[in-house]
Design a protein around this ligand. Sequence first.
Ligand code: URP
Ligand code: ZN
Ligand code: ZN
Ligand code: ZN
Length: 473
Amino acid sequence: MRFDTVIRHGTVVTASDTFFSDVGIKDGRIAALAADLTDADEVIDATGLFVMPGGIDSHVHLDQPSGDGIVMADDFDSGTRSAAIGGNSTVLAFCMQEKGQSLREALKIYHAKAEGKCHVDVAFHLVITDPTPEVLGQELPALVEDGYTSLKVFMTYEGLRLRDDEILATLDTARRTGALVMVHCENEDAIRYLIGRHEEEGKFAPKFHAATRPVAAEREATHRALSLAEIVDVPIVIVHVSNREAMEEIRRARQRGQKIAGETCPQYLMLTADDLDQSEMEGAKYVCSPPPRDKASQDACWEGLEQGVFDLFSSDHCPFRFNDPEGKLNEKGKRHFRWIPNGIPGVATRLPILFSEGVMKGRINLNQFVAVTSTNHAKLYGLYPRKGTIAIGADADIALWDPDKRITVTNDILQHGADYTPYEGQEVRGWPMHLLLGGKTIVKDGLLTQQKVRGSYLHRNRSSLVPRGERHR
Ligand code: URP
Ligand code: ZN
Ligand code: ZN
Ligand code: ZN
């Protein structure tokens, strides 16, 4: 066979194997894995490089409006450009239902936002904020059939959070339709109470964001989400876990026999609540929920990755500009932490940070790296085996990593819309130098090769966590 492209002399890494092989690409897909593939229009020399499936970041917020005139720093153009720079070939973004809005209306809006703008492949999770009988009874089942096979619910954030009975109804619909539910676990009532107490004491600085969202509020909500899922017998994903106690809830639920997935993020390995405790509002840069905790929590999140408690390592990229009255430093936010928009940028730094701090420092191996950054995302969100692995027939979404490349992270190389990165000055070892999307080079020598956008929307199957066939219960 004559190939369109061959990648020669590299070390192929999947979630299960590491082996020397050339990779032959034809019509956008991987067509051969063998030695000495030479007959091709284009040859890419991967000597000394790791040939890995492109990163899949299944937790990315792009172009989501928040009230009060706050503007997210990335749309689908800049956000997916930054994703590509950071070695990702697929992102899963959120389609947020407004109260009173149908899911179809919300999807129409988000598809329009993404259309023609995506530098990598994209799919949407639905965020359910208004679980009416119409939404759960009619819309959601039809949308799951149409390939929107995952959704997120919030236990916190005024206006977004669902009550326990609403969560149960949503989980029950998920069980019937085969959708996978992601849950943001923090106890809203406890947080509201603590915010009130801080207001009485005149405590308004960014650091009090962390103080009013304690570990116990996350642990309790995690336990409650897992219990609600157990009650209706449905798999769930606990997203953005920040500490040991929430992580241990996941471990215990699994030991009880529940089918669940856990996710953690770079901020919980790299940042602490002390980062919020800085002068001149600098701490606002690090405001996200759950908040970064302490050194022991970082160690626990590493342990969860090493031991497989966490299946997913995602960015929770949710970028706002810092020096901006429509971003972190809006007028109300300067007076009270509760108005600082929650979230930090990280779609470009997720993979280099885990590669450098995890693989190069011997905490996880290469196969674990591929599993938690790509393969498990594809499996859990219904994209496998088209995405998430190097195998015959899979899309040729391939990242070539140079393990010896040393980079100092600075905001200008990340190409996102935010005016800062929480990781400014961080030295990393290893970088995704080359990225192919559907067999076409989109990043070369660490830079985007063209302005032409090649990303497409992905229709998804059901999650690998969702049982197949007749349920017996
Ligand atoms: O602070 C965060 N994580 N913002 C993004 C929204 C969410 O809860 O994932
Ligand atoms: Zn562009
Ligand atoms: Zn969340
Ligand atoms: Zn998020």
